[in-house]
Every structure is written in C-alpha cells, then in structure tokens.
Design a protein around this ligand. Sequence first.
Ligand code: ATP
Length: 203
Amino acid sequence: MVYCVGMTGGIGCGKTTVARFFAELGAGVVDTDDISRELTAADGAAMPAIRATFGADFVDASGALVRSKMRQLIFTDPAEKAQLEAILHPLIRTQVEAALAQVRASYALLVVPLLLETRQYLPLVQRVLVVDCPEADQIARTMARSQLSKAEVQSIMCNQLTRSERVRQADDLLVNDGALETLHSAVQKLHLDYLVRASAGHH
Ligand code: ATP
C-alpha cells in the first residue's frame, strides 16, 4: 500500500487549497469530499439508496441529489443525518480504498475533513497533517464563498474539534494565516519531506 498522509483541518482553513498545491507537486490526492460529491452527482452510486430512503423529492431531473434540500433536512434532524451517513460512509470508504490502491505517485495525500473526529481513516494513514488557521479567518473565508451565515459557520465549527485539540494530534502543521505564497512554500517543504519518508518507508 502506498505511503499515505492524512490531511485535515476545520471548515474554511484551506484544505482544498493545500490539496491543490500538493497535487501540483505530484502527490496522489484522494479527497473524501470529492468522492462524496461524485456519489451524489447525477446517477452517482449513492443515489438509488438516497431516493429509496428520502424520496424522489431529494433527486433532481438529472438524477443528482438536491443538496440545498438535504442540507436543510439534516441540519435540523440528527436522525436523518445519521441515515444519510449510513448510506454514504460505507460507499466513501470503499472508494477511498480503491483510489488509494490506484495511486501511482510516490505518496498519497488523503483529505478527510473529520479525520480526527471520526477516526475511521486513521488506520490508513502514516502521518497526520493539520491545516490550521485563526477562527476569524475560517468564518470570513467560509462566508465569502458560501451562503452560510456566521451562526451557521460557528455551529459547524462547534461540531468539529477545537483548534488546539486538532493541533495537538498533528504530526505536521500548516498554519494558513498569511499569504498564499507563504502557504505554498510551506507545502513545498513538506512535500520534499514526504518524498523522503515515503521512499525510506519511514513514519
Ligand atoms: P471547506 O472546509 O469549506 O471545504 P477548505 O478547508 O477546503 O474549506 P479552502 O476551500 O481551501 O478551505 O479555502 C476556503 C476559502 O478561503 C477559499 O475561497 C480559498 O481560496 C480561500 N483561502 C484559503 N487560504 C487563503 C489564504 N491564505 N489567503 C486568502 N484566501 C485564502
């Protein structure tokens, strides 16, 4: 199995940006959010079960999940959220394992937003990389590119680990509190380190 770095971070910390930098440098990026979106896109593998469980109202004309409607439902109802997760999580897991098995790069970067909360992907990774940023930046960045209100962003943050707890569990840390160029050079450094670790079979 390919050497695998697990990457996580709170909402809006810069995970997608960091993953893109690693991918450009040649890492084999596997992102659970991307997989989840594919599973619920038009005729995605999760759609038959979603239609059967939640009804045709949650499926649009193309066969894709009506995301806004589902978001609203699970935001207010934990049991419905658990039902959606019971459909998605096993499918995501299977796809993650298949994607990792196909990585031909020197190492894989597995992006899991709730890596340290759910812990189910920890056995697949050799190292944990945390992207960290001040909470004010998380809120501002997330609000700037979604329709979420400040209260909604804060409520999502409440269901995630605190910054200090996440940082405590990190093997490697990327602090994304400045310019993107600064973040990029930090990613370049880590990439070189991961190449060495992967080729030496180190942890
Ligand atoms: P989510 O948890 O919502 O998926 P994320 O952790 O993947 O978010 P990104 O999508 O990478 O975070 O970043 C959130 C937003 O903030 C994006 O619009 C991104 O372009 C912007 N951003 C990230 N880092 C910086 C930075 N250092 N300076 C300015 N903007 C940034």
